[in-house]
Design a protein around this ligand. Structure first.
Ligand code: BGC
Length: 738
């Protein structure tokens, strides 16, 4: 009996040893990824390799079933994990377990100026993606805010390449800790939605390298993103999804990107370019170039049968498919075949807290005047003074996670401003819708009958007469031609008759707190008459709670603008030229403002913005002491330490964002007056002083020299501007680069 047992044990041991010995390298997660990639590749047929390179459904690409290598599942991005859709249609799959947490739009995240907020955001959204069994999250977006008419600015991180670079990195890193790849989009120059599928962008190399590429570069080099999404538009006549310069030369050669380039959906147009110019996975293509796909088969993709044939007959080198397949396998090992990855979590209290915290830190107090000399500022609201508070405006009750295009979310919870204010102020709240915008739709706008417009407006004005305070919650929304994919805004002004409504209300009640929900700047003809203005973005699931906490003063606002608000559209650099600059002639466009994007334009051309980049108020006040420089000259290897004491001089705790800009007045090429190079957000108790430190190195002084094709710093004098916004400057100090 005992002998038999020992014999059986020995056999089992042998069997497991021999099983182990047979475990292929690619399945062994103790082996380095590169060895696993090589091993898997060596076992695959050409057909299997090609299959990896294109979609098999709307949101997935194939694995290698014969080898047990799983498929990749993708989902939008970037503010929450999109609902499940059907295998080959955009229609809702009808699942009931896919309602997610909506995190604030990325403009709001950028407005926190706090990389810790990016980290908690990335962690939470990564956990949601993981729980939903996604391998690739289609976000974040870092296209630069060039014009306030771009329908997708809300999905991006503002106008400044440095701010966007700092903010994007923790998002990516934290998402990827979940074994979910970030897919940074849309690489590159998709800075408007109009004609996005074909517009050929012409710009200087300086603008490309200094303004439009740095956030992508940081995503790759510092964030280590595992994937990147090509943009729809063209650069130098070639679509960005298979653009030799952007993909082969800059991304893969210069930045040493080892991940996958995924097309935007339907962004591939040519097999040769797709094969040779650095594209790895083709998604969302249509067989006939039209939007109908009834005869559709995924094998007709540019990177499917046509590519396979070209590889077989020698048109395309086999090295191209080995490179693509290796990258895709690497991504599969990092994600779908990563046994170490955590399980994720979904719609948890912790995630709602993240959504609320980010919103609370990102909401920007634009203006908070005294109503008259004897009365204090309107905000924070002192409810004891008011019997009736009118909440008016469609955005007080409209779901703003609906619409917008691919970032649309099916949410489990979305607290509206009206609900939150009712919870906070109870019976004091009266409500009027004020205006109506129709259903959130992607390619169409509902006509609102004039009688409806007038009756809603009259009702609001009547109610405003009875109220002691008006909280106006309006702005844009996620409708077609608002903050929405596939089209740009058609006017800079507020839509849906809001200006008339606002003027009408102000005539009967000037005690107005204006809350703008939008991902874009808007024209404000009523600015002088409105005492308090809050820019609330699209704050997601906890929208109402975050906003109410700011309005009542439970949270002291600390967000600052990630882009400039011009007074009028032509004050924005892209709109200061003819139509070729914006929107182009439908075939091409020229970025005529060149490197002078956003505040760089306002500053250099001396055109003041209505609200400048970096602006945001607090319920407390801060004073800046004298900036102390460790030295006033440095060589190329040197550094300068700058220390500046900042004091909270008010009565409540607050957070201040200290911004350091550098200007190079004399340079062989044009430079903006100044550029953001460092910032820090500090929390200060009343009366507290903190010394904020920055270190300047030669990297902060360089520009892209398009003759030498490299970043250079010219010796001479530089100016350091320290401010609480790009125009509210507390000190200017000169130093010399030897
Ligand atoms: C958008 C992408 C999105 C993709 C998939 C495209 O229309 O431009 O940002 O990730 O659709 O939904």
């Amino acid at each position: 009996m005992k002998k038999k047992f020992i014999y059986a044990l020995a056999l089992a041991g042998l069997f497991s040893v021999s099983l182990k010995a047979q475990t292929p390298i690619y399945l062994d997660d103790n082996k380095p990824i590169e060895e696993r990639v090589k091993d898997a590749l060596s076992r695959m047929t050409l057909e299997e390799k090609v299959k990896l390179c294109h979609a098999q459904s709307k949101f997935s690409s194939a694995g290698v079933p014969r080898l047990g290598i799983p498929e990749l599942w993708m989902s939008d991005g970037p503010h929450g994990v999109r609902e499940e859709i059907q295998w080959n249609s955009w229609a809702d799959a009808g699942w009931t377990n896919d309602s997610c947490t909506a995190f604030p739009a990325l403009t709001c995240l950028a407005a926190t100026w706090n990389p810790e907020m990016s980290a908690i955001y990335g962690k939470a959204i990564g956990e949601e993606a993981r729980y939903r069994k996604k391998d690739v999250l289609l976000g974040p977006g870092v296209n630069i805010y060039r014009t306030p008419l771009n329908g997708r600015n809300f999905e991006y991180m503002g106008e400044d390449p440095y701010l966007a670079s700092i903010m994007v990195v923790p998002y990516i890193k934290e998402v990827q800790k979940n074994g979910v790849a970030a897919c940074v989009k849309h690489y590159a120059l998709n800075n408007q939605e109009l004609w996005r599928g074909h517009i050929d962008v012409e710009l200087s190399d300086r603008a490309l390298y200094e303004i439009y590429l740095p956030a992508f570069k940081a995503s790759v080099i510092e964030g280590g993103t595992w994937s990147i999404m090509g943009a729809y538009n063209k650069l130098h006549g070639e679509h960005c999804c298979h653009n030799d310069l952007l993909l082969n030369q800059i991304l893969k050669r210069d930045w040493k990107f080892d991940g996958c380039v995924i097309t935007d959906w339907g962004g591939a147009h040519d097999t040769r370019e797709a094969a040779l110019n650095g594209l790895d996975i083709e998604m969302g293509s249509y067989t006939n170039g039209l939007t109908s796909e009834s005869e559709f088969t995924y094998d007709d993709y540019y990177l499917a049968t046509p590519y396979r044939k070209g590889l077989k007959d020698g048109t395309y080198p086999l090295s191209t498919i080995d490179d693509k397949a290796s990258r895709i396998l690497r991504m599969i090992f990092r994600t779908a075949m990563n046994r170490q990855r955590p399980w994720g979590s979904f719609t948890s209290e912790e995630h709602y807290k993240v959504a609320r915290t980010v919103a609370e830190e990102g909401i920007v107090l634009l203006k908070n005047n005294l109503v008259d000399k004897k009365k204090p500022a309107l905000l924070p609201i002192d409810a004891s003074k008011y019997n009736k508070i009118l909440v008016v405006g469609e955005n007080a009750s409209r779901s703003l996670t609906q619409g917008g295009g691919s970032s649309v979310l099916k949410v489990k919870k979305e607290v509206s401003p009206l609900e939150a204010l009712q919870m906070m102020y109870g019976d004091k709240i009266i409500h009027a819708k004020g205006y109506e915008s129709g259903r959130p739709m992607y390619s169409h706008v509902d006509e609102i009958p004039t009688e409806v417009v007038e009756s809603l407006r009259n009702e609001a004005i009547e109610k405003a007469k009875e109220a002691d305070l008006v909280i106006y919650v309006g702005g844009l929304n996620k409708n077609h031609q608002q903050d929405c994919e596939a089209a740009d805004r058609i006017t800079f002004g507020l839509p849906f008759g809001q200006n008339e409504l606002i003027e009408g209300i102000l005539k009967v009640n000037p005690n107005m707190v204006m809350v703008l929900m939008s991902g874009n700047a808007v024209e404000m003809p009523w600015i002088k008459s409105v005492p308090a203005i809050v820019q609330a973005w699209y704050p997601g699931s906890e929208a109402g709670n975050a906003l109410a906490n700011i309005l009542c003063g439970k949270i002291n606002p600390s967000g600052k603008l990630p882009f400039s608000f011009p007074s009028k559209l032509t004050d924005n650099g892209a709109h200061a030229f003819d139509e070729l600059s914006y929107p182009g002639d439908s075939i091409k466009q020229i970025y005529k403002e060149d490197i002078l994007v956003g505040y760089r334009w306002h500053d250099t051309k001396k055109i003041p913005a209505l609200f400048p980049f970096g602006h945001g108020l607090s319920y407390t006040t801060f004073t800046y002491g004298k900036a102390v420089f460790s030295t006033k000259s440095m060589d190329r290897k040197g550094k300068i330490e700058v220390t500046i004491p900042v004091t909270n001089t008010g009565n409540i705790e607050g957070k201040e964002i200290i911004q350091l800009y550098i200007g190079d007045d004399k340079c062989s090429l044009l430079r903006p007056l100044k550029e953001l190079k460092h910032f820090d957000k500090v929390t200060l108790k009343p009366g507290e002083t903190q010394k904020v430190k920055f270190t300047i190195t030669v990297d902060d002084l360089t520009f892209f020299d398009d003759k030498q094709y490299e970043w250079i710093a010219e010796p001479g004098k530089f100016k350091v501007y320290i401010g609480s916004s790009s125009t509210h400057i507390h000190s200017i100090t000169e130093f010399t680069l030897l």
